[in-house]
Ligand binder design. Sequence first.
Ligand SMILES: [Zn+2]
Ligand SMILES: [Zn+2]
Length: 180
Amino acid sequence: MWYNGSRSRLSPARCVRAASRERDGFVMPKGIHPRKLRPVEQRFWGMVEKRGEDECWPWTGTSSGGYGNFEKRPAHRWAYEMMVGPIPIGLEPDHLCRTRICVNPKHLELVTHKENVLRGDGLTAQNASKTHCLYGHPFDPLNTYHKPVGGRGCRTCMREKNRQWRKRVAALEAKDAAES
Ligand SMILES: [Zn+2]
Ligand SMILES: [Zn+2]
């Protein structure tokens, strides 16, 4: 730790002198106030309420959509990349603890976007977890069709709807024929 709360007691000149020295293989450029070069990690973890190793670590900075936000990216992504490693393209960290604001990498698992959506508690997830249609017909491979706009439909219900419709058309035609 080479600059912390105590730096405020240093004069700017002494700050630069102290910072320009090489520490841990890192050379601080001259003439720039150390605060501007504070490593991104330090700023990041300064906004995390780190608790026990297995507990949730809530993000205390700004958030968007329920997720912590840091430098225009989700905070939990930062945490994962800093502590675990880069996130491969196509994967995203999913909260095993279901606490969106949590940035504990232990609570994150890399999954595909589809898996993440299915695991979530949104409407898509609720619908995907349904095993039967509204009328109790099973969503098994034989009875299920996939709508072009997304989502599943029940074949039994579709057949029933078609039957009702044909019946109505036939009735109308019969009425027309009777009247003419
Ligand atoms: Zn958590
Ligand atoms: Zn049905």
